[in-house]
Design a binder for this molecule. Structure first.
Ligand SMILES: [Zn+2]
Ligand SMILES: [Zn+2]
Length: 266
């Protein structure tokens, strides 16, 4: 029994000698050095071997700077860039999500990274971006959430792609924030690809596509939805609407990138 542990018993625990500890550390450092030679660390985005200032997420300094880009003045609800202090997206419609956190704009290197994440062979990149997003949220968002929920995709799309980027991102965000991740939504039908549709078509395309899981009680819960990109906000808006109908008190969205190209085409 842990509480009544007697150090005088013959089998009693003995402290590890300091010399053995330092030997262990030396062996561990040596093993790491050997592994670095056999499998040199590589930047997840540019692929450079053993680059300077590789961070824990797996990105070199120049890729990290390129992926984050410049900060922009954004709408608190949907993260779209503000024009004359007005949001072109929110003026057209009211989203069901309460806030949006976007790490960058859907352009340049960040756009390339998000597109790559949709392919199975770039799963390490998706996990690295998830870790970046999790660290970014931890530094900037004081609010506490009860659950992290990835925006689901239909099983057939997951099967044909061989991966689910929102799920990988959510996994890492959940670890970084220390908030449990659940499969709180499922896609009950296969919608058309949003990228091929106009903005009004996108909202119609995702209507009724999600169902909340019956395994969880969402009443009064504060939820953080995770996806790779928000373009019109149709998909995340529909996911938030369904969760609010299931009783959630607050639903916020966190994405790697916020698209701006469709914002004016409502
Ligand atoms: Zn790099
Ligand atoms: Zn807005």
């Amino acid at each position: 029994m842990q509480g009544s542990f007697d150090k005088t018993e013959p089998s009693a625990w003995r402290p590890i000698p300091a010399r053995a500890k330092s030997l262990g550390r030396l062996l561990s450092a040596g093993a790491r050095a050997v592994l670095d030679v056999v499998f040199p660390p590589v930047c997840l985005f540019c692929g450079e071997f053993d680059p300077p200032a590789l961070d824990l997420a797996g990105f070199c300094a120049s890729c990290r700077a390129a992926l984050f880009g410049e900060p922009w003045s954004s709408c608190p609800r949907c993260a779209a860039p503000l024009v004359s202090n007005r949001c072109g997206s929110c003026v057209q419609r009211r989203y069901a999500f309460d806030r949006t956190f976007a790490m960058g704009l859907y352009e340049g290197e960040l756009r390339d990274a998000v597109i790559r994440c949709k392919q199975a062979r770039f799963e390490p990149l998706a996990l690295g971006l998830g870790r970046l997003l999790g660290g970014w949220l931890r530094e900037r968002v004081a609010e506490q959430y009860d659950l992290v929920i990835p925006v689901p995709s239909h099983w057939m799309r997951r099967w044909t792609r061989g991966t689910h980027s929102a799920g990988l991102l959510a996994e890492r965000v959940s670890c970084c924030l220390g908030v449990p991740q659940i499969t709180g939504l499922r896609a009950v039908r296969r919608s058309r690809k949003q990228g091929t549709l106009s903005a009004p078509q996108r909202f119609a395309n995702v209507r009724g596509v999600f169902r909340p899981s019956k395994r969880y009680d969402f009443h009064h819960a504060k939820l953080l939805l995770i996806d790779d990109v928000m373009t019109t906000g149709a998909t995340l808006g529909e996911a938030a609407r369904v969760l609010k109908r299931a009783g959630a008190a607050e639903v916020c969205a966190a994405v790697i990138a916020r698209g701006t190209g469709m914002a004016r085409s409502f």
